[in-house]
Write a protein that binds this ligand. Structure first.
Ligand code: EPZ
Length: 425
């Protein structure tokens, strides 16, 4: 297992480019199952989750190629020999459940391992299943697997009682080949949903309203070939902006539009940092005095839960008290215990974390060994390590590799002292 060793206290400055969004690429790769023609997907990040996705497609008999240098994937799902997503793969990546919609829509059946809980919450898939049932699928849970069947899905009106990114994506994918019109109400509005719809429309789907709370899909008989470029990763971009902010540095992230960042952008400004448009991207200049900022996580365009941990790293250094409320996942404060090891002052009560910034005390975070527990918690700990005095070792960084391509190389290019090594433990 690898670990990252960081010598903190260096200013992070320079230019880094946002890659394609993992959370857009995953549903788009699964959506290629809906067409029997070749789809070419550009800007697919070279990440562990992408390899898992391609493995799932290949073991279903789908032809795939991926070039990690050009980040180009080609997929052709002429047919599917085995409409199964097995436990061994689903347990490493929950997003595998996104094969359900496309498989049932095109092949009339799917067998997908139930994902189970994960470190950030229980994360049930009841809304995905409810939507498919409304469209006429029969769902059975047996021996840890979801078995979904339907001769032909029919359009339906589906109102989600709670906003879900994955359930919205699965429903869109199921509806594009269903008979008739599907209306999704209380749909997720994340940029990754808009990107999925853009791809599907480019290969012949009829989806309107993606990016709003009501999405209408007119089912079509067949989709054709096409190509698509994946939208930039707003969470990766936000993470590098925090790297600039937390080290009082000056970082430009190329290929990112402020509109993709939602409430994160205004909260970063509230912390005293200067965030401006710079060419195709955004530039942050860190503030000498970081101000406290309180926020709660919400579906897009609210503050993204996927940026909560990283922003908290910044707030540990603020001059004053911040309160962070996590409204999306019930267990997404696992990074707090590790930040405490670095000297942060944080108290958690239920879904609220109160952060007493070290700014006024004249103290700093100080390096230590910490353990990554999930993807964004890992990023938070790397950011805290960049700001901490002395050496920080972040262990179990396989989580980080699921969502950030060569983070240590990017940070080194920006002036950080960070190296990857084998964990001797
Ligand atoms: C997506 O997960 C992202 N993953 C997550 O990113 C992100 O944190 C999350 O959306 C919220 O923005 C991908 O896109 C691959 P949800 P998803 O369904 O779709 C509850 C990262 O770090 N819920 O919007 O699984 C659920 O438990 C990852 O990159 C149900 O109750 O999230 C949660 O509380 C982590 N029943 C809330 O809804 C359901 O059937 C929102 O989850 C589905 C969800």
């Amino acid at each position: 297992m690898d670990q990252l060793v960081i010598q903190g206290g260096r200013k992070i400055s320079g230019i880094v480019s946002a890659r394609g969004a993992k959370n857009a690429a995953l549903p788009i790769l699964f959506a290629t199952l809906l067409s029997d023609r070749e789809c070419t997907i550009e800007n697919v990040p070279n990440l562990a989750d992408i390899s898992t996705t391609l493995k799932i497609l290949r073991q279903m008999g789908v032809e795939t190629t991926y070039d990690p240098t050009t980040r180009l994937a080609t997929i052709r799902a002429k047919t599917v020999t085995s409409p199964i997503a097995p436990y061994e793969l689903v347990r490493t990546m929950r997003a595998s459940v996104l094969v359900l919609g496309p498989l049932v829509a095109r092949f009339g059946q799917a067998k997908v391992s139930l994902p189970g809980g994960c470190s950030i919450g229980a994360r049930p898939v009841n809304l995905h299943l409810m939507a498919l049932e409304k469209m006429g699928a029969t769902i059975e849970i047996a021996e840890g697997y979801i078995h979904a069947r339907c001769r032909s899905l029919k359009g339906a009106e589906i109102e989600f009682p709670q906003i879900s990114v994955g359930a919205t994506e699965n429903t869109i994918m199921a509806a594009v080949l269903a008979n008739g019109r599907t209306i999704i109400k209380n749909a997720a509005r994340e940029p990754e949903i808009t990107d999925l719809a853009k791809f599907l429309n480019s290969i012949g789907a009829k989806i309107q309203g993606a990016g709003t709370a009501t999405i209408e899909i007119e089912g079509v008989e067949k989709l054709h070939a096409g190509s698509h470029r994946v939208v930039s990763d707003r969470i990766e971009a936000g993470t590098y902006l925090i790297a600039g902010a937390i080290t009082e540095g000056d970082v430009t992230v190329e290929n990112i539009d402020e509109d993709l960042l939602g409430a994160f952008a205004s909260k970063l400004r509230s912390s005293g940092c200067d965030l401006t448009k710079n060419g195709t991207g955004l530039r942050v200049r860190g503030a000498r005095k970081i101000l406290p900022v309180s926020f709660f996580t919400e579906p897009f365009p609210g503050f993204a839960t996927d940026m909560q941990a990283q922003f908290m790293a910044l707030l540990t250094m603020a001059h004053g008290v911040s309160v962070v409320t996590e409204n999306i996942f019930e267990n997404r404060f696992m990074h707090v215990a590790e930040l405490l090891r670095l000297g942060a002052k944080i108290a958690v009560a239920g879904n609220k974390a109160t952060i007493e910034g070290l700014g006024d005390s004249g103290r700093y975070l100080s390096g230590a060994s910490v353990m990554a527990t999930d993807l964004r918690a890992s990023a938070c700990l790397v950011l805290a390590g960049l700001a901490a005095k002395g050496e920080t070792t972040v262990k179990r960084i396989y989580h980080l590799d699921r969502g950030y391509e060569r983070m240590e190389e990017n940070l080194t290019a920006l002036g950080a002292e960070i190296r990857r090594e084998k964990d001797p433990d």
